[in-house]
Ligand binder design. Sequence first.
Ligand SMILES: Nc1nc2c(ncn2[C@@H]2O[C@H](COP(=O)(O)OP(=O)(O)OP(=O)(O)O)[C@@H](O)[C@H]2O)c(=O)[nH]1
Ligand SMILES: [Mg+2]
Length: 193
Amino acid sequence: MFVENVELIADAHDHDGFPEPLKGEIAFVGRSNVGKSSLLNVIFGRQIARTSSTPGKTRSLLFFKVNDFYHFIDFPGYGYAKVSKIERQKWQSLVDDYFKSERPLKGIFLLVDSMIPNQRSDLEAFDFFKSFVDVFIVLTKVDRIKKNQISKKVKAVEEDFMGVKGVIPFSSITKDGLKKIEGILREIFENER
Ligand SMILES: Nc1nc2c(ncn2[C@@H]2O[C@H](COP(=O)(O)OP(=O)(O)OP(=O)(O)O)[C@@H](O)[C@H]2O)c(=O)[nH]1
Ligand SMILES: [Mg+2]
């Protein structure tokens, strides 16, 4: 287990809501409904991030304080067609606020749905995020696809997302991939303790 203790400490709708930085933070990003909050709950070992089958559940930046030293951040999802223009602009300005704030960001986990072809919105998000920090891609919901489909998807992601630091197939139901993700978290924070 990586997470020894966790607490939700901020639900930020803009810059003013961001908590004081700790030693480092990790952002969890991806399209609406891809499974960000579910992944965080598995990493935390408890149901603390709200999940929903309705896309767009997470609307703000949720800062979780982990092991007293780090923030793990649950980002609101992007790319959901039914979201209004105003909601889309809100998402953009929240993300801009975050990346302009010079937070101690150590890595990004970009979640990608393993069941669908590579999406333009994910490629665009990837290009943006990788200009700031190392990006790892988590392929979600692999419990829903066959083993040989998983390796095909890993290859397709490695080909399209140039410069990705790692691709991890994951399921929040079977917890496949959790050990690998915890290993990456340990590596990222190795020098931060
Ligand atoms: N089968 C399966 N379903 C999953 C998995 N992860 C998440 N889900 C389901 O997918 C839906 C969305 O999950 P969330 O974790 O709320 O997704 P999110 O990315 O936080 O969504 P937003 O907050 O709306 O951006 C829920 O119905 C989850 O139960 C998984 O690994 N396998
Ligand atoms: Mg969510």
